[in-house]
Design a protein around this ligand. Structure first.
Ligand code: R1P
Ligand code: URA
Length: 266
């Protein structure tokens, strides 16, 4: 069982609902509680898994709604993980908290469907850009603005993924406000013809807010199945393959942080 960080790290105890914590309205974290390098899974359970299985001395910092934050180290580098919940509004709110928390790089480690017959469950996709079929980012930037990740962070992420697996792909992602909806099959076929390889619900918001909030951001996704199956009502993901891909994505993201970490000190 993880302890809260202020139990063991001599931090001030500040109530979750205090005005001081509300300055970061989603995460309710304080400056100093979050490391400069942050992983962003959607699922709070995945945040916990990362803290328990990948961090040294990973400790729970704060749990507010679906936004659960942990801090620890990886290969000696201070790192944090914050879950963004399901969908772009929550992801956008987390991104808005990050500048105040001193975050210098953020990587989404998520899951996706794929419309690409060449990809298999358990493959990982490093996103090179995203179709903005979600509403949250449009509250921050008009929809003619592109959703692109940070180039250097993305290059480091792809490099790290390729050292771990020969099933690391890169390409565009379709980020949507829907999971299963009437136009899914047609839309994903249309976009797949122009290079979309993954379908998720947060990447484009994280990329656009990364630009707006000046937090270099990138995304890596584990494929959990084909969008054709979801569109046809076959909703069960390939859980075993998905989890294998998630483990690859987490390690690649952390290794990318270590690779770029040197430039973020001093
Ligand atoms: O596994 P996560 O990171 O939550 O990502 C994907 O999974 C959820 C849908 O099941 C959406 O949040 C989608 O983007
Ligand atoms: O948004 C998502 C996430 C996982 N799998 C899908 O098919 N869609």
């Amino acid at each position: 069982m993880l302890e809260t960080i202020w139990d063991t790290a001599n931090r001030r105890q500040v109530e979750r609902d205090s005005p001081e914590r509300a300055a970061c309205r989603a995460t309710r974290c304080l400056p100093g509680e979050i490391a400069p390098h942050v992983l962003l899974p959607g699922d709070p359970g995945r945040a916990r898994l990362i803290a328990e299985q990948y961090f040294d001395n990973g400790q729970l910092v704060m749990a507010n709604r679906e936004f659960h934050s942990y801090t620890g180290t990886y290969k000696g580098l201070p790192v944090s993980v914050i879950s963004t919940g399901l969908g772009s509004p929550g992801a956008a709110m987390v991104m808005q908290d990050l500048p105040r928390l001193g975050v210098r790089a953020a990587i989404r480690v998520g899951t996706c469907g794929t419309p690409d017959p060449d990809l298999r469950p358990g493959d990982v996709i490093v996103a090179t850009g995203a179709v903005r079929d979600e509403g949250a980012s449009k509250k921050h930037m008009p929809d003619i603005f592109p959703a692109v990740p940070d180039f250097d962070l993305t290059a480091a992420l792809l490099g790290a993924a390729r050292t771990l697996t020969d099933r690391a792909a890169y390409g565009l992602v379709l980020t949507s406000d829907g999971f299963r909806y009437p136009g899914l099959a047609e839309e994903s076929a249309l976009y797949a013809g122009a290079g979309v390889r993954g379908v998720d619900m947060e990447c484009s918001a994280i990329m656009v807010l990364g630009q707006v909030c000046k937090v270099p951001s990138a995304c890596i996704l584990s494929v959990d199945g084909h969008t054709g199956n979801v569109a046809a009502g076959k909703l069960a993901p390939d859980g075993e393959a998905r989890d294998r891909g998630i483990r690859t994505a987490i390690t690649a993201a952390l290794d990318a942080f270590v690779a770029i970490g040197q430039s973020h000190h001093g």
